[in-house]
Design a protein around this ligand. Sequence first.
Ligand code: G4P
Length: 526
Amino acid sequence: MSELEKEIHKRRTFAIISHPDAGKTTLTEKLLLFGGAIHVAGAVKSNKIKKTATSDWMEIEKQRGISVATSVMGFDYDGYKINILDTPGHQDFAEDTYRTLTAVDSVIIVVDSAKGVETQTRKLMEVCRMRRTPVMIFVNKMDRDGRDPFELLDELEEELKIGVCPLSWPIDSGQRFKGVYNIFHEKLDLYTPSKQTVTESVEFKDISSPELESHIGDNLAAKLREDIELIEGVYPSLDIDVYLKGEVAPVFFGSALNNFGVRELLDCFVQIAPSPRPVEAIERIVKPEEPNFTGFIFKIHANMDPNHRSCIAFVKICSGKFERNVNYKHIRLNRMLKFSSPTAFMAQKKETVDEAFAGDIVGLPDTGNFKIGDTLTAGEDLHFKGLPSFSPEMFKYIENADPMKSKQLQKGIDQLMDEGVAQLFTNQFNGRKIIGTVGQLQFEVIQYRLLHEYGAQCKWEPINLFKACWIESDDKDQLEDFKKRKSQYMACDKEGRDVFLADSNYVLNMAQQDYKDIKFHFTSEF
Ligand code: G4P
């Protein structure tokens, strides 16, 4: 194996996703502790994005600064290079999370054992399914009274539409939680409630051995044997290929807060999770081991300082080796660019790097050259497939509130949309601009940033819309007829594609019934 291949194969780039409060931050922090990337608990926590729905501008500004540092957390563990990509906790920034998911090779989903699958988890899983991202599940908070684990597995399968394969199994829960039987490593992990302890583990290949009783007592031993027998009967044993195809999710049980089950999750993760996977470009599939550098921009982070409108563009390296001060081709601009201070992210520090490999994320200081989705290569003309936009859930007209600053407003809107803050649709009938978001907070962020970074003032006007659908059809006449009939509700997205703005579910259903040959898509990638 070449040096390049060795570097690439030891990389594990993933994101942890969950519904707010399930324990994503706590789990991230414990993983960083194991990796020696931080030394005290609480270091990540203190940077946590505040989950209040009320908007506190100082807080948002502060978070934007902090989240550059915590955007990617890299560390070495057991010969592997781990890159955890952070996703925003606030659900109003879900679009940001969707995009981050395009830059990972796998995902760990955290579920609260008492709450089971919640809305946010369901939505994020849809994105993983679309991209066939391999998924592992950590059922957290076993130290609290939770639901019956079999019931939970059923719910995971049903709600997340993925097969499950338990790799550990809880022994009771809540105050009586005794630990787990670790099916993957064939050992008994015994639980002591404490935030820092190392788990006490006993090798236990054969749970029919009477020794089990001495550890967990007669009743629990009998119950565990029964459970494991049932698991073996009902669930298939782990098939790594099926996991890698994103069809089955290995499940672990534990308590992130008590540091229980986290190392076991990590040990299994590094062993079975994929190293960087091939990435589809329009022209061809790019393999990570190819020597030439290729990558795409999946996130742009605006600078906090309004006097310097510089940004950091985050590149996911898809193949080869990226080097500092080497010329790379920016495909959309058809220009060679080189980067003198690319940054890599180790734990919570960012530092200038000379080289990085497929799987890694580098931050490129930028003054407006990049848009989300841009491709960089060593010279080859490639276009990585666009990152999907999803139909927003909230819509408002954006209007200029200061006629002297219409240029600034235009520029501000363009740049914020390139950064992926929200989606812009232009009504084809009256030319009015509509901003679509996934949450109220984004409207406030846009208004604030337009004023502070561009000196432009906007105001919002209500528009009653239910969904934006990208439409296409092989039947050109039908498409034209539809567009004519619905002309007041037709818009263009920022790439100029046709979008139908449905004002109610009823209208959408009727349109789908009446125009059978038109496809209505709820994401821009189809
Ligand atoms: P998030 O990033 O997914 O939103 O969740 P986060 O880690 O912040 O966890 C949410 C709450 O759940 C936190 O409590 C955290 O301490 C708690 N928690 C995480 N893992 C466990 C666990 O295994 N068991 C129990 N019992 N609780 C857990 P909080 O009160 O909101 O915050 P804090 O005051 O503890 O910081």
